[in-house]
Design a protein around this ligand. Sequence first.
Ligand code: SF4
Length: 54
Amino acid sequence: MNHNQNPINRVKCVVNTCEHYVEGDKCSAEYIEVQPQNALNSQETDCSTFMPKG
Ligand code: SF4
């Protein structure tokens, strides 16, 4: 797993069970993908780059 030393600046993520999560509510993934198309509200969206820790 590539843990980028430069977390994504403009993303705050509190999902501390994700492999890409770093302290301070940052994301260390190289990029993130958010799904799905045609979502109608924020509840319907999610990060498909999420990967369970460990
Ligand atoms: S990959 Fe998604 S869920 Fe995981 S830390 Fe980054 S933004 Fe959060």
